[in-house]
Design a protein around this ligand. Structure first.
Ligand code: NUP
Length: 215
């Protein structure tokens, strides 16, 4: 089976709906992304339970001092997370602390975001944040899948690092455009979990991406 390029943003809150979505979709996904909401409600144990169905990326957007960032990243790793998302804007030392917290964790740094507010402060520093995150040793970047030009710019300065891109579906982006502009994986939430038939939507997306790669 060809590896999926889709990461499910599992932004639901009820344990049963979270776990049944993971059970039904897990093997057709690249990974599942959880945020603070799921871990606040269900505890860090939800990471381990989800990891039985898929790799799990913790979207914690860490932006604290190095010690606190490292503490949170360590807890995520202990509970079986495959990856973690950190903000780049808190500085190289804060990003480095996440990278050094565990050699088991793939660290993705946010260098631009999908919403309008990203242009207020963050987008003015994309190049610096990419360069400094690279020097901190990140595995990859989070870059907006609904802003192809920004994404392509980030791709051009990221070398071979993996890029994961949200903003697909509900926020206007589409998977093929994101992949063609440099994303390695697309992050999709509402367009899948709010649909009437999440598994069919996911499988269709996997097929579309696969067929496009074959072109
Ligand atoms: O810039 C970002 N935009 C964004 O939407 C960075 C993110 N991590 N996300 C997350 O991606 C957001 O928190 C949500 O979990 C997911 C997008 O969900 P949806 O718009 O596909 O429902």
């Amino acid at each position: 089976m060809v590896e999926s390029r889709v990461i499910l943003a599992l932004d639901l809150t009820g344990e049963d709906e979270i776990m049944s979505m993971a059970r039904d979709l897990g093997k057709d996904l690249f990974a599942i992304k959880v945020s603070w909401a799921q871990t606040m409600i269900h505890g860090a144990g939800i990471i381990r339970r989800l990891s039985e169905h898929s790799k799990v990326i913790c979207d914690f957007k860490l932006a604290d001092i190095p010690k606190t960032n490292a503490q949170i990243a360590g807890i995520a790793a202990e509970h079986g997370a495959w990856g973690i998302i950190t903000q780049a804007f808190a500085g190289t030392d804060s990003v480095k602390a996440v990278v050094e917290a565990s050699d088991k964790l793939k660290v993705f740094a946010v260098v631009s975001m999908t919403h309008g507010g990203s242009s207020q402060y963050i987008d003015g520093h994309i190049e610096d944040m990419v360069r400094d995150s690279l020097s901190a040793g990140v595995y990859g970047f989070v870059a907006p899948g609904n802003k192809p030009e920004t994404l392509a710019r980030i791709r051009s300065i990221s070398g071979p690092k993996k890029i994961i891109s949200p903003g697909i579906g509900a926020q206007g982006g589409d998977p093929l455009t994101a992949l063609r502009n440099g994303a390695d994986y697309v992050i999709v939430g509402r367009a899948i979990y709010q649909s009437h038939d999440p598994l069919s939507v996911l499988k269709r997306m996997n097929r579309t991406v696969h067929d496009a790669q074959m072109e």
